[in-house]
Ligand binder design. Structure first.
Ligand code: HEM
Length: 391
């Protein structure tokens, strides 16, 4: 795996990266910033509903989810709001850059295992990275320049505005600002779409679970109005379902949660030499029968019933409990976890509030996985929907 796409400038030291993380946590992912973007999630959610209502018969849902997720990040990060049903050059260009980044990260790079091959670049990975990096730089730089020219002229608050407004010790160089903005787009887009596709797959495979969420929606929201983000905290079963899918299908089970040992050390009796890349296999932990009762069973109730498992209120998926840490844990835990989970809960709630989801005719749901940067369904999900509200 080549780090030049995901790390800011090579000269960044650990301490500096920590500063960037602090800036992201304080300014980009604080509760105020998350609630600032609520209207945007609602708008994109409604656009998804309109687009889905328009589909006749079976359709693959992935494209809609990926486009919605990309538009959402374009809006949070760059302040660009595009319609889901139309295509435009800027989104297409960004989608191409993100896709190329994923393709490169997902490739098995022989140089990672046989370092003496690195200088030969037999798979042309380094070459493709060197082509991609200036394209990303130019794309993001163009948007930063536009924001700088319009600073103080309007009241919007996207990530670029926030970073440009930083002063003193928090002020970032242009190069680091571009690296941070790219990292957000790159990490925040696919993870959300991938997780929602897995959740919808589980919904069509387990109609009884879907019916329970519908029942909860009818009780908490009723059919006369759309779902609002403030309803989510009352939707205990919906949250349990999202947690159960995060357990069985964590979008970033392996690749993104890696650590480099900076000195020789011993873990659990094993020698880990300096310079080793160690990966935490969350996928294996969440399927370990010593950790989970009936681990391969899809059973959201394990997060609801006190007697049978644990109380939803008590189980955090944000890294404090290593039985289920789909956003990583420790110093490098996902900074976008609260935003990511808020988006997934709200969009899944909305899609289920508006529609009943069913299997496509003649096409079984296939839960096979493929590992790129995220762990995706190997065969994109095809579904049929039936409107629930206003019918
Ligand atoms: C369901 C959604 C998401 C999942 C499952 C997820 C998962 C992860 C995981 C497993 C990691 C590695 C953590 C570690 O090494 O300990 C990570 C890192 C990261 N995520 Fe997320 N993520 C999600 C959404 C987002 C969003 C919405 C954003 C930004 C808007 C984001 C930004 C990042 C960044 C910047 C990192 C790298 C942090 C670093 O290297 O210090 N993620 N994510």
């Amino acid at each position: 795996m080549d780090s030049c796409l995901t790390e800011p400038s090579g000269s960044l030291l650990m301490g500096y990266w920590r500063t960037l993380r602090r800036i992201a946590a304080t300014h980009l992912f604080c509760p105020k910033q998350i609630s600032f973007t609520e209207a945007q999630r609602k708008d994109i959610g409604s656009q998804m509903v309109s687009l889905i209502a328009f589909q006749g018969g079976d359709f693959p849902v992935r494209d809609i989810l990926k486009k919605a997720s990309l538009n959402n990040m374009m809006c949070s990060v760059f302040g660009r709001m595009y319609e889901l049903c139309s295509s435009n050059r800027e989104t297409e260009e960004l989608r191409g850059l993100v896709e190329e980044g994923y393709a490169l990260l997902g490739k098995l790079n022989w140089s990672d295992h046989l370092p003496w091959l690195a200088c030969l670049d037999l798979q042309k990975i380094r070459f493709r990275c060197s082509q991609l990096v200036p394209k990303v730089y130019n794309f993001v730089n163009r948007i930063v320049k536009e924001h700088r020219a319009q600073l103080n002229s309007q009241s919007r608050q996207d990530f670029v505005d926030v970073l440009l407004s930083l002063q003193g010790a928090d002020k970032l160089s242009d190069q680091d600002m571009i690296a941070v903005l790219w990292e957000m787009i790159f990490r925040g887009t696919d993870t959300v779409a991938t997780l929602i596709e897995w959740i919808l797959a589980r919904m069509v495979l387990h109609p009884d679970t879907q019916a329970k969420i519908h029942c909860e929606l009818d009780q908490v929201v009723g059919r006369s109005r759309p779902l609002m983000e403030s309803d989510i905290h009352s939707m205990v079963y919906l949250q349990a379902v999202v947690k159960e899918v995060l357990r069985l299908h964590p979008p970033g089970p392996l690749l993104s949660w890696a650590r480099l040992s900076i000195s020789d050390t011993k873990i659990d009796g094993y020698d880990v030499p300096h310079g080793t890349t160690a990966m935490v296999n969350m996928w294996a932990i969440t399927r370990d029968p010593e950790v989970w009762v009936d681990p391969v069973k899809f059973w959201p109730e394990r997060f609801v019933c006190k007697g049978a498992g644990m109380d939803i209120q008590e189980f955090s998926v944000f890294g404090s409990d290593l039985r289920l840490a789909p956003f990583g844990s420790g110093r490098r835990t996902c900074p976008g976890k609260a935003l990511g989970l808020a988006t997934v809960n709200f969009w899944v709630g909305t899609l289920l509030h508006e529609f009943e989801w069913q299997k496509a005719d003649h096409e079984p749901v296939d839960l096979s996985e493929v590992l790129r940067l995220s762990c995706e369904m190997a065969n994109p999900l095809r579904v049929k929907v039936r409107p629930r509200r206003g019918c």
